[in-house]
Design a protein around this ligand. Structure first.
Ligand code: KIV
Length: 271
């Protein structure tokens, strides 16, 4: 029996069962083979190849510049590493907003060329037609409401969304629509915890929160933030589980110093 066949893969069905059992879902981003291998082996249920790659991998200020080809490159590297987690890929800005045919074509490219298991897209009722078209092709869709970074120039700020009644009601109604048409999960980003609880109770699909409180059915973070590789980002919702920025800097500094003083390589490190 191969190693692959011994591992029980997480599916969209598994996530729904987890919600029904009240078991929390752990989701984390990854963008490359080596990181995805560690994240998968550590037991994360869903790996998101997020368009946050635009920020943490490419150094852009927003998620807008990353292209569909670049997302496919990141996604295929992740898929090659993963044995258990469900791999979800962000449809990048510009790859689905045009019309539903473009949205379907982009999703098919992601599924065919990367081998990922699902796509994620930002928006509510305004993208309903595209979501339905993608779903009708058999591609699972994860939705994303609240702070949707691809619309940053419309919002003008990364502050908490849906604090006022009107926006909260719209978000709840969008969530119900996305649930009814068959999205398998919903990311809720930076909204009040009480609204997350209300939405999570109102929909059958599992909700995954980021800066959305403890009542979502699961949580997601950007892996570079969790590991402390990014060191200039300090939102209230972020818990850092490591300080890899300092650790890597110190290790690299030690290497530089060893090379300069001709301590590396030593006798046992050469042929
Ligand atoms: O791109 C991303 O990493 C995301 C998460 C923050 C949910 O969309």
């Amino acid at each position: 029996m191969s190693v692959h066949s011994q591992v029980k893969r997480i599916t969209t069905h598994t996530l729904r069962e987890m919600k029904e059992r009240g078991e929390k879902i752990a989701m984390l981003t990854s963008y490359d083979y080596s990181m995805a291998k560690i994240v998968d082996e550590a037991g994360v249920d869903v790996i998101l190849v997020g368009d946050s790659a635009s920020n943490v991998m490419a150094g852009h200020e927003t998620t807008l510049p990353i292209t569909l080809d670049q997302m496919i490159y990141h996604a295929s590297s992740v898929v090659r590493a993963v044995k258990r987690a469900l791999v979800v890929v962000d449809l990048p800005f510009g790859a689905y907003q045009g019309n539903s045919k473009e949205a379907l074509t982009s999703s098919i490219r992601i599924m065919k060329e990367s081998g990922a298991h699902a796509v994620k897209m930002e928006g509510g009722s305004e993208i309903r037609e595209s979501v339905e078209r993608i779903l009708s092709a058999g591609i699972p869709v994860m939705a994303h409401l609240g702070l949707t970074p691809q619309s940053i120039y419309k919002f003008g700020t990364y502050t908490v969304r849906a604090k006022q009644n009107e926006e909260a009601e719209r978000l709840l109604s969008d969530a119900k629509v996305l649930d009814e048409i068959g999205c398998f999960s919903l990311v809720l980003e930076k909204i009040p915890a009480a609204l997350t609880e209300k939405v999570s109770k109102a929909v059958s699909m599992p909700t995954i929160g980021i800066g959305a409180g403890g009542k979502a059915d699961g949580q997601v973070l950007v892996v570079h933030d969790l590991l402390g590789i990014t060191n200039e980002f300090h939102p209230r919702f972020l818990r850092r589980y490591s300080d890899l920025y300092s650790e890597i800097k110190s290790a690299v500094g030690n290497y530089v110093s060893d090379v300069r003083k001709q301590d590396f390589p030593n006798e046992s490190e050469q042929y």
